[in-house]
Design a protein around this ligand. Sequence first.
Ligand SMILES: NC(=O)C1=CN([C@@H]2O[C@H](COP(=O)(O)OP(=O)(O)OC[C@H]3O[C@@H](n4cnc5c(N)ncnc54)[C@H](OP(=O)(O)O)[C@@H]3O)[C@@H](O)[C@H]2O)C=CC1
Ligand SMILES: O=C(O)C1=N[C@H](C(=O)O)C[C@H](O)C1
Length: 252
Amino acid sequence: MRVVVTGATGRTGGEVAREVAGRGHELVPVSREPAGTVAGADLRPAEDLPALLADAAVLVDFTVPVASVDYVGHAAEAGVPAVVGTTGFDSGGMSALDDAAESVPLLKASNFARGVQALLNVVREAATALPGYDVELTETHHNGKRDAPSGTATTLLDALDDAREESLDRTHGREGEDPREPGQVGVHVRRAGNVRGEHELMFADNDEVLTLTHRAESRGVFAAGAVDAAEWLPGRAPGRYEFGDVIGDGDD
Ligand SMILES: NC(=O)C1=CN([C@@H]2O[C@H](COP(=O)(O)OP(=O)(O)OC[C@H]3O[C@@H](n4cnc5c(N)ncnc54)[C@H](OP(=O)(O)O)[C@@H]3O)[C@@H](O)[C@H]2O)C=CC1
Ligand SMILES: O=C(O)C1=N[C@H](C(=O)O)C[C@H](O)C1
């Protein structure tokens, strides 16, 4: 099938492009400044996206929110399903994705690693089994990451809130006279080197500590999940989908 990849010159989009080509699909890699090839396919200009989408089975986007909203809008106009891996959307960006999902199937996931789907389930279970335990989340990513906290961190915190049936106060770091208050969840962000992505949740109380950690060791894990989603999505009804729908599990 013909797969259009936006952000194909990027760290993750490049990996997705290689996965698409490696599975024998027709790859159409897109860039704002097309020069050269990705995974053996010529880069195509982003301004030509409407035409490039004409015969496409699916769009896969790993870019930045402003570009993603634009690219997904073109996919919706062309009637092409969209897989969105981009993170960091504000509420306006999220509603633009909702608008697009009225006319095409749209699957957005903050993390396409299967281990993160399992982690989400375990976090829900721990949150329920350990009511009142303090929770702190730490995420670590490479020094080129733009958004903070990560999309995955936000998804994990949402799962925690759902399981606890309360909206914990997300406290981003601490400084000075700043003791922990009831109802807080600490959120800590590290950016260093080329760390692919690590998320740790710590539950602590009652003289005990439980830590749950997921670490991606290559971007191939995100690419494989995103292309699994791209193969699953065409032919579905318009609407929003999650990666859990692809692997028959949980949510985003
Ligand atoms: N859901 C998941 O599993 C994962 C999600 N991500 C998310 O994917 C996104 C991309 O991450 P990453 O690959 O590291 O990013 P990169 O910076 O490496 O790549 C982003 C690409 O976006 C394109 N782009 C289009 N418009 C813009 C713009 N206005 N400003 C900057 N770049 C633009 C660029 O391509 P060009 O200039 O050629 O157009 C660039 O190559 C992030 O939101 C990240 O959080 C990352 C890994 C896994
Ligand atoms: O930017 C990244 O690299 C990653 N972004 C995603 C996020 O924001 O959660 C997923 C993964 O952790 C890698």
